[in-house]
Write a protein that binds this ligand. Structure first.
Ligand code: NAD
Length: 313
């Protein structure tokens, strides 16, 4: 039987995820604030609503108990859930929470701060609904192909309920524990990625200064203990891995701005928990500087250019 979902946030990631659900036979009631995103989604078969609340209400009438959000940051998720009262000539906006039928399952796929996710969970629970956090990894390519890695936090029965949808939009689906743990896994993973990309890039620049060819270092490290994704899949020098962004002038891929954002979330989690996280904090500082310039729109492996530039001798 055909199933129905509400999908709020049809941007670079949400748009193709919603399109894949349509392809898989779902009726998707969607909304976004940006007309371009709406047009693309409409062309992909998403039923466009006049507001997020309307998308949720219509989906509920058709028997849907699932609302998916894919929004930029925590404040957008909180804002969409709550709605706003309207002021200074602005119309009030109804929130998603009041539009949903009792006991609706809210699945937030956005990458938001661990602290914000606590507020999101409380809001949803207070309104009498259930919540999953299911941030993703794999970029727009993974979103289009339906091969995203999904890191899911929530109650086992809620994860089971969402599983058919998760299997359409993603491939590697890991239930990481209670609500919040999906985001915790995402933040930890990307902290490894940021720090390891810097380490790999510094090693190539050092190798160059020592007269070592990129190819020789790659051949050694990729088969030795330096082996990691930053080296063997997203290699920051052109040549050894022909598909890596370094071969196409660092066209992303995974943009520096997004890495800087995710490391910002890691930084705030390091500070809240008080863990000894010097590498993570330094990676945040380095990527924040990178993302301020052209690096923001380049692949994050372009950090090697900044390292080369700043190597004085
Ligand atoms: P995006 O900016 O392309 O899309 C977000 C969409 O949300 C926008 O179209 C915006 O108009 C819409 N929006 C904001 N507030 C809204 C509201 N109240 N109601 C309806 N729509 C609203 O961003 P994206 O690249 O799709 O990323 C979404 C999330 O996924 C972010 O948290 C990001 O960090 C995460 N993520 C992105 C990637 C990637 O490669 N792009 C990879 C993994 C995770």
């Amino acid at each position: 039987t055909a199933a129905t979902v509400a999908f709020i946030g049809l941007g670079n990631m949400g748009g193709p995820m919603a399109a894949n659900l349509v392809q898989a036979g779902y009726t998707v009631h969607g909304f976004d604030l940006v007309p371009d995103a709406l047009e693309r989604a409409r062309a992909a078969g998403v039923v466009i609503a006049d507001s997020g609340a309307e998308a949720v209400r219509t989906a509920a009438k058709e028997g849907s108990g699932l609302v998916i959000t894919m929004l930029p940051a925590g404040r957008h998720v909180v804002g969409a859930l709550r709605g706003s009262e309207g002021s200074d000539g602005k119309d009030p906006v109804e929130g998603l929470l009041t539009a949903a039928a009792p006991d609706t399952l809210f699945m937030d796929c956005s990458t938001i701060a661990v602290e914000d996710s606590v507020a999101v969970r409380e809001l949803i629970a207070e309104a009498g609904h259930r919540v999953l956090d299911a941030p993703v990894s794999g970029g727009t390519v993974g979103a289009e192909a339906g091969t995203l890695a999904m890191m899911v936090g929530g109650a086992a029965e809620d994860v089971a309920e969402a599983m058919p949808v998760l299997e359409v939009v993603g491939k590697r689906i890991v239930h990481c524990g209670p609500a919040g743990n999906g985001l915790a896994a995402k933040v930890c993973n990307n902290m490894i990625l940021g720090a390891s990309m810097i380490a790999v890039s510094e090693a190539f620049v050092l190798g160059e200064k020592l007269g070592l060819s990129n190819e020789a270092l790659f051949d050694v490290a990729s088969n030795a203990t330096g082996q990691c994704w930053a080296l063997t899949t997203n290699c920051p020098v052109p040549g050894p891995v022909p598909t890596s962004p370094a071969n196409r002038d660092f066209k992303p891929g995974f943009a520096g701005a997004l890495m800087a954002k995710d490391l910002g979330l890691a930084k705030s989690a390091i500070e809240t928990t008080g863990i000894e996280g010097r590498m993570g904090l330094l990676a945040e500082e380095i990527y924040a500087a990178f993302a301020q310039g052209e690096g923001g729109s380049k692949d994050f492996s372009g950090i090697i250019e900044l390292i080369r530039e700043q190597s004085t001798r």
